[in-house]
Design a protein around this ligand. Structure first.
Ligand SMILES: NC(=O)c1ccc[n+]([C@@H]2O[C@H](COP(=O)([O-])OP(=O)(O)OC[C@H]3O[C@@H](n4cnc5c(N)ncnc54)[C@H](O)[C@@H]3O)[C@@H](O)[C@H]2O)c1
Length: 370
């Protein structure tokens, strides 16, 4: 198969859909990989590294006109719409539900669109969202530690404390992927860590893996109110799949927090789990409410594109290999997780939530393939 890796052109997007190791794996399997010149620049990967791995460096035009399978990071943006070709396979984050314009283009062009975010394992996990949650979870502590410094607007607290001075109190709401990774980082930096979750299995797991060094609490309005009063750093890491995040920390609760405490609401991309949250950007990341510093950047992994690119492509490559080796039809029949990723197929919407959100008919992919 001819696989194409275009340079991302969405504003402030520095990741790339494939690293040289992926190119080598595919070319070793007999596929051709067309890499747009400069595609890896934002992630610190040179053209030379791609060509050494067996990739063909070509223009943007060549990638889109020749490739049968396009591997990207973000959904196509307007200048890319006209480049899409009939029956081309597009493997990327798509987030089609709120994008009727892009959905229409993909349907008209009969593109086969496979969305990273809807690939789902049998246990309900989302393997192509997990790496970004791992990145954001770890970053939340690094960022929180930095904003706790006085010169950055915080309380002037060192997370670890020092002998004779106690460590900072880190409170994490939600003990999923983000929460676990935040706990790991905070513990590693010597903070005192409390995780709240309303799923007791998650709390049991955290208690086991951290050998009791992380305090766990059942999440309810009382435990939340008590915990955040003593927090120096509060991380919002709650998710109810497919729904807006619940506002677990109210405006009134914020007024009980210490002045100069820091909130990193990672769940901001689902509206945030703190009532005072609103989305911010890497160029203007913070604001204060009641003397509490809020950091609510909706695309945190964008700050570390190199790490994020490698983390993402480690997770996407097995699916790319499957698509290239077997073709779409055999690949989705052989892999139910990948099958969940098919959002549009040759003019039909094949993912129910996308069809429902846009009032268009839903067609199960296996019916179409049969
Ligand atoms: N801002 C960013 O750049 C960025 C990056 C990656 C992920 N995220 C977001 O971070 C959020 C968390 O992602 P995740 O991968 O950790 O999800 P996850 O599903 O692994 O974990 C969410 C956790 O929230 C818990 N939860 C649900 N309701 C709760 C409640 N009332 N009280 C306490 N806990 C509750 C769940 O039990 C679960 O353990 C998501 O919204 C995700 O989109 C944001």
């Amino acid at each position: 198969m001819i696989v194409g890796i275009p340079k991302e052109i969405k504003d402030n997007e520095y990741r790339v859909g494939m690293v040289p190791a992926g190119v080598k794996t595919l070319t070793d399997n007999g596929h051709t990989v067309l890499v747009e010149e400069g595609a890896g620049e934002g992630s610190g990967i040179t053209n030379g590294e791609y060509s050494e791995a067996g990739g063909d460096l070509v223009s943007c035009e060549q990638v889109w006109t020749r490739a049968e399978l396009i591997v990207k990071v973000k959904e196509p943006v307007e200048p890319e719409y006209q480049r899409l070709r009939e029956r081309q396979i597009l493997f990327t984050y798509l987030h089609l539900a709120p994008l009727p314009g892009l959905t229409r283009v993909l349907l008209e062009k009969k593109v086969v669109g496979i969305a990273y975010e809807t690939i789902k394992e049998e246990d309900g996990s989302l393997p192509l969202l997990t790496p970004m949650s791992e990145v954001a979870g770890r970053m939340a502590i690094q960022i929180g530690a930095q904003y706790l410094e006085k010169s950055q607007g915080g309380r002037g607290i060192l997370l670890s404390g020092v002998p004779g001075v106690p460590p900072a109190q880190v409170v994490i709401l939600g003990g999923g992927i983000v929460g676990l990774n935040s706990a790991k980082s905070a513990l590693g930096m010597g903070a005192h860590v409390t995780v709240l979750d309303n799923n007791v299995h998650k709390l049991r797991y955290l208690d086991d893996v951290f050998l009791g060094r992380v305090a766990t609490l059942a999440s309810n309005s009382l435990t939340i109110a008590h915990s955040i009063r003593k927090a120096d750093l509060l991380v919002g890491a709650v998710l109810i799949p497919g729904a807006a995040a619940p506002k677990l920390v109210t405006r009134e609760m914020i007024s009980t927090m210490k002045k100069g405490a820091v909130i990193v609401d990672v769940a901001v991309d689902q509206g945030g789990c703190i009532e005072t949250t609103h989305p911010t950007t890497h160029s203007h990341p913070t604001f204060y409410v009641d003397g509490v510093l809020h950091y609510c950047v909706a695309n945190m992994p964008g700050a570390v594109p190199r790490t994020s690119t490698f983390a993402l492509t480690n997770a996407t490559l097995p699916y790319v290999q499957k698509l290239a080796n077997l073709g779409v039809s055999r690949a989705v029949r052989s892999d139910p997780a990948l099958c969940e990723g098919l959002n549009v197929f040759e003019g039909h919407v094949t993912y129910r939530a996308v069809a429902d959100s846009q009032g268009v008919p839903f067609r199960p992919i296996l019916d179409l393939l049969n």
